[in-house]
Ligand binder design. Sequence first.
Ligand SMILES: [Zn+2]
Length: 245
Amino acid sequence: MLLHLSTWPEIDARLKQSRTVVIPIGSNEQHGPMGLLGTDWLCPEIIAHAAEKEADILVAPTFNIGMAQHHLGFSGTISLRPSTFMAAIEDWVRSLSRHGFDRIYFLNGHGGNVATIEAAFSQIYSSYSYAAEPCPFILKLKNWWDLPGISRLAAKLYPNGHGSHATPSEIAVTFAAYPDHVKSATMEPQIAPNGPIRDALDYRFRFPDGRIGSDSSLATIEHGKELIAASVKGLIDDLKKFDGE
Ligand SMILES: [Zn+2]
């Protein structure tokens, strides 16, 4: 069930049988010369929407802008400051909680979001802690690449050149879902450099084409299909555990 394609009476009825909701969350940011700008929100959306076709789960609209200040040196990147991102996460959680959702599962597609999402969770929980009131919901953050079996599959598909940004695995997922938008580019160098992440100008200097440690050109549609199928299975299993908590 997709929240944005439902009516309020349908969500009312849904709440009587399940109070769990999945929010795909990501970022709109550069992904090297052949990765789509939407890669980090497309991946969790593609996986959650495919899982929704196989299992009885409710998926909220995709939270598609995240914390990507370090990518602002590349055209097309849109970023929220950490403080804005935290405030927006809190408002999404409080809106859903108000309706009665008590298990809110964020399926994340951007490593740069992790610290801020965790900080937002702590900020939200702290309001109950200080008031000595029970928190009426539990929150969970899961990166799609941390779903069961995915890192092993990515290591098997890409023993060299997986890297950490504009990775062939995330690009393969988007290519499998959007085959009309497959891009190609020369990788120069073949495997991008590694290094620390700081501000946008420093990032552009260290990683001139945007990639970190990866060879994006290894991505194929077939790999993407395999990664999506494994992620769907992992997500459905993980949600079962979350429901039972
Ligand atoms: Zn990414």
